[in-house]
Design a protein around this ligand. Structure first.
Ligand code: ADP
Ligand code: MG
Length: 339
């Protein structure tokens, strides 16, 4: 029998990887914002048109890229963030897989403009479905602008699978908010179809939460803070009287990365036991800091799942910290006699 196995061409491999990394406009938003943060930006602008269907653009004032790096950034498994497998156990950057830009470029039209501080001129690159159409020198300011246009232009099935503009925009805003909440020392703005949805100056955690959720949030926040050997816990819970019957706001961040963690959610909820009105859910913004060696964030390409070495200890410490805050701020049960 003759041999039948062959290596897939890059553009095909990229499109397959894109299936996991780029599910909808919001996935692109997440990857581009994270790259801007990893580039050390102090101010990040997100421009979106038609809920991201026609345009998702992120403009940062970070370190920019050299002409060669600009080209390489679209190759699969090309990253400046790790060198060796060992680095995976001590990650300090959002990215490390080196597949976001390659995946995005496989399923969209991408315009990149970038300039490092110490260069006179910048680099401009146009890519369509993994093919570089143009690369030239251009005038630019320090930083990087990446515009992603016509998402899924070559995958009609994906495009048709997208939900209504309002649903897709909701996902975009969710990603934006998660990133903005994790990085209060960076200024963020978000425009949708030329109207400004958010303008968040550099600030502290409390004011960032207020900036994202509105001025009424301020009086609802109760600080939580606990330093231990295993984990540093910091953040806020929402006073039980303001908790919502619906899902509320549940935010966990580990080393400045938004994560979902049902087990830790249970820990916070347990601390609220007896304080919440019927069927209401605890709302919180909890920032955990742990030694990067004690977590594994490489479980899923979107990195919203994290495995902790000391999961049980963190559960207990977190529950105690939240209980402590509730006690300290004299929060007693809300009794509903009409039940
Ligand atoms: P990863 O973030 O996992 O390294 P990406 O595909 O997202 O992979 O990006 C590839 C590389 O391109 C990054 O490692 C980085 O060197 C460079 N890069 C991407 N976006 C930016 C940016 N906004 N500013 C500077 N460099 C960037
Ligand atoms: Mg990245």
């Amino acid at each position: 029998m003759s041999d039948i196995i062959k290596l897939l061409p890059d553009h095909v491999a990229n499109q397959i990887a894109a299936g996991e990394v780029v599910q909808r406009p919001a996935s692109v938003v997440k990857e581009l914002l994270e790259n801007a943060i990893d580039a050390g930006a102090s101010s990040i602008k997100l421009l979106v048109k038609d809920a991201g269907r026609t345009l998702i653009q992120v403009i940062d004032d970070g370190k920019g890229m050299s002409p060669t790096d600009a080209r390489l950034s679209f190759e699969r498994h090309a990253t400046s963030k790790i060198n060796a497998a060992d680095d995976l156990f001590a990650l300090s950057t959002k990215g490390f897989r080196g597949e976001a830009l390659a995946s995005i470029a496989a399923v969209a039209h991408v315009d990149l403009k970038t300039k490092p501080e110490d260069e006179e001129v910048g680099t401009q690159i146009e890519i369509e479905g993994s093919t570089i159409k143009n690369q030239e020198v251009c005038a630019a300011v320090k930083g990087t602008s990446i515009a992603v246009k016509n998402l899924f232009f070559n995958i009609p099935a994906r495009r048709n699978f997208l939900k209504s503009d309002s649903v897709e925009l909701r996902h975009v805003i969710d990603e934006f908010q998660r990133v903005a909440l994790a990085h209060e020392t960076i200024a963020f703005t978000l425009y949708h179809n030329d109207s400004e949805l958010f303008n968040l100056p550099k600030t502290n955690k409390r004011q960032r939460i207020v900036g994202v959720f509105g001025p009424k949030t301020n009086e609802k926040l109760v600080p939580v803070s606990e330093e231990t050997e295993i984990v540093n816990i910091d953040g806020f819970i929402i006073k039980p009287e303001f908790s919502k019957k619906t899902k509320g706001e549940q935010f966990f961040f580990v080393n400045d990365r938004f994560i979902k963690h049902p087990y830790l959610n249970h820990s916070v909820s347990a601390a609220f036991d007896g304080l919440l009105p019927d069927r209401a859910r605890a709302s919180y913004f909890i920032y955990l800091k742990v030694d990067p060696k004690t977590i594994d964030i490489n479980i899923h390409p979107t990195k919203t799942e994290v495995k902790f070495e000391d999961e049980h200890a963190i559960y207990t410490l977190l529950r105690a910290a939240v209980k402590h805050s509730l006690g300290q701020f004299n929060i007693a049960p809300v009794l509903d006699f009409n039940r």
